[in-house]
Design a protein around this ligand. Structure first.
Ligand code: NAG
Length: 256
């Protein structure tokens, strides 16, 4: 079974006071099927057990918290505040388990929205990820933080080259911890350490140099790489923030 998903879940069970999970847009059955999780379950466990495990994982994903507050001053969510989220209570009111289908526009915004291209683009704009999705400007971030007495929004959802990137004059940080995303993005990863007084310090994780393919490399390792490359061909890319995007069919699911 997918060892990363399991490791994260085990960490959370073992340390429930210290490990908190936040749901992302890939914690939804249609999206993770598209990205190979369903096939992976079937290939590892066989048709019946694989589908059963995949279904159970997705039932669990429907229960994952949708946002987290740190000391009532920092809010964390996967995507952002989109067009619809004006008060923290709107998020607190969402009852779990919840599927994306059953979810409101609030859920869609939480898991799928992005900040606008840069701080000079205000208001709400269409999101290139797909119809019905929005990007929100620094003015929205400032209003939301002021109204809810927050200092900072921390979100993920886009690959950023330095692992973290400021927006809205530092009132929003995009955080991306996976280095060299999909083996091709060449990005650094980052984590944020929140210290006393809620001072936020980024720690960078540098991307590894490309692996050296020697004859001694274990067959399993080579197999893993091939599996990854195969998946990369099939799956739509997560957009890399601030880089020109390849021209794509806007009707396809190209921006996930
Ligand atoms: C911000 O984005 C807009 C819209 O794409 C662009 O026209 C402008 O040049 C960008 N500004 C900066 C400072 O990058």
């Amino acid at each position: 079974m997918n060892s990363i998903v399991l490791s994260v879940m085990i960490m959370q069970i073992e340390h429930p006071e210290n490990v908190h999970l936040i749901r992302g847009n890939h914690e939804a059955s249609d999206i993770n099927a598209l990205f190979g999780f369903r096939i992976e379950c079937i290939e590892r466990m066989g048709e019946n057990d694989g589908i059963w495990a995949w279904t159970r994982f997705n039932q669990l994903f429907n229960c994952i918290p949708l946002a987290a507050l740190i000391e009532k001053k920092i809010i964390c969510m996967h995507g952002g505040i989109g067009r619809s989220i004006h008060a923290v209570e709107q998020i607190e009111k969402l009852e779990r388990p919840i599927t994306m289908d059953a979810g409101s526009i609030v859920l869609m915004d939480l898991l799928w929205s992005d900040p606008t291209e840069n701080d000079s683009v205000e208001g709400l704009r269409p999101n290139a990820r797909g119809p019905g999705l929005v990007t929100f400007g620094p003015d929205r971030v400032a209003d939301f933080c002021k109204k809810n007495r927050l200092q900072l929004i921390i979100r993920a959802h886009e690959c950023v080259m330095d692992g973290f990137e400021r927006f809205a004059h530092g009132q929003l940080i995009t955080l991306f911890s996976a280095t060299n995303y999909c083996g091709t993005a060449n990005n650094a990863g980052a984590i944020l350490v929140v210290g006393r007084g809620l001072v936020v310090v980024p720690k960078l994780i540098h991307p590894l140099p490309p692996p050296i393919h020697s004859p001694e490399a274990s067959p399993e390792r080579v197999g893993d790489d091939a599996w990854m490359q195969e998946l990369n061909i099939q799956r739509p890319p997560t957009p890399t923030r601030g880089r020109p995007q390849p021209e794509v069919d806007r009707n396809s699911l190209a921006y996930i």
